[in-house]
Design a protein around this ligand. Structure first.
Ligand SMILES: O=C(O)CCC(=O)C(=O)O
Length: 245
């Protein structure tokens, strides 16, 4: 369920925004599940399986300050319902077809006072491919704007299908690159919004400098027949069939 114009826009810009796609009781129910995960994070002195903590500038973990739940659909299987919301899958299947898996499911609470998610990168850097058949998805459960670190993208940067150099930085999770900030745009959204984007698109976020959280999820849809060496359909616990199959 995408118009031809939206399909062309996705091909040209590398992303599509759907405001308030998830709403009402369903949104509230998902937020409650994420509240529980943040509460579990508060009890952690050290990172634990699936749960990582925010870092001090010297790289040491900050007790109780949850950074990310990696494999959130494994830790909280009810979140697979969010990844399987018909409003999302209808749109993704217009790009990728009727047999869909989702993999690499993450929850970022982006807590007040410096919460982080990702910095500039391309998702396919982590996946060992430049396939255009990987569509990433950010669900913003809470309103996001430049103050609390909304998604930022470089429109059209996916089109070269070239993965740029990424490197690790002290005191940050992950591997990141730098971009020409003049080419970047902020994707400010109301709560319940969903962004679909190419896994070759340069994107990232600033840290949360506000006094409110910015709950979001990030994961990646692929056609069931797409063989990704690091994420095999059979045997990788955080790859799930969500449509057809
Ligand atoms: O937190 C966000 O808005 C983006 C997350 C992201 O870029 C990712 O998981 O690859």
């Amino acid at each position: 369920m995408l118009t031809q114009d939206q399909v062309v826009q996705f091909q040209e810009d590398g992303f599509l925004l759907f405001e308030e796609l998830i709403n009402g009781d369903r949104l509230a129910r998902y937020v409650e599940i994420f509240d529980e995960l943040v509460e579990r994070g508060r009890g952690l002195q050290e990172p634990a399986s699936h749960f990582s903590l925010e870092l001090e500038t010297d790289g040491s973990p900050i007790p109780g300050l949850l950074h990310k739940v990696q494999g959130v659909c494994v830790v909280a299987p009810r979140i697979l319902e969010l990844a399987s919301e018909p409003a999302i899958l209808d749109r993704v299947s217009a790009l990728l077809g009727p047999d869909l898996d989702v993999f690499g499911t993450k929850f970022f609470p982006k807590l007040p006072g410096g919460g982080t998610s990702t910095h500039w990168h391309q998702d396919n850097y982590y996946f060992g491919t430049t396939s255009e058949r990987v569509v990433s998805c950010g669900c913003y459960l809470e309103a996001a704007n430049p103050d609390n670190g909304c998604l930022r993208v470089v429109p059209g940067s996916h089109r070269s299908r070239r993965i740029v150099e990424h490197r690790q930085k002290q005191g940050m999770h992950g591997s990141w690159t730098d971009v020409d900030e003049a080419a970047a745009v902020d994707i400010a959204v109301p709560g319940g919004s969903v962004v679909l984007f190419s896994a070759n698109l340069l994107h990232g976020t600033n840290d949360n400098r506000s006094n409110r959280s910015r709950y979001s999820t990030a994961w990646h849809y692929i056609p069931g027949d797409l063989a990704l060496e690091r994420f095999p359909r059979a045997g990788y616990e955080d790859r799930h069939n969500v449509l057809g199959g």
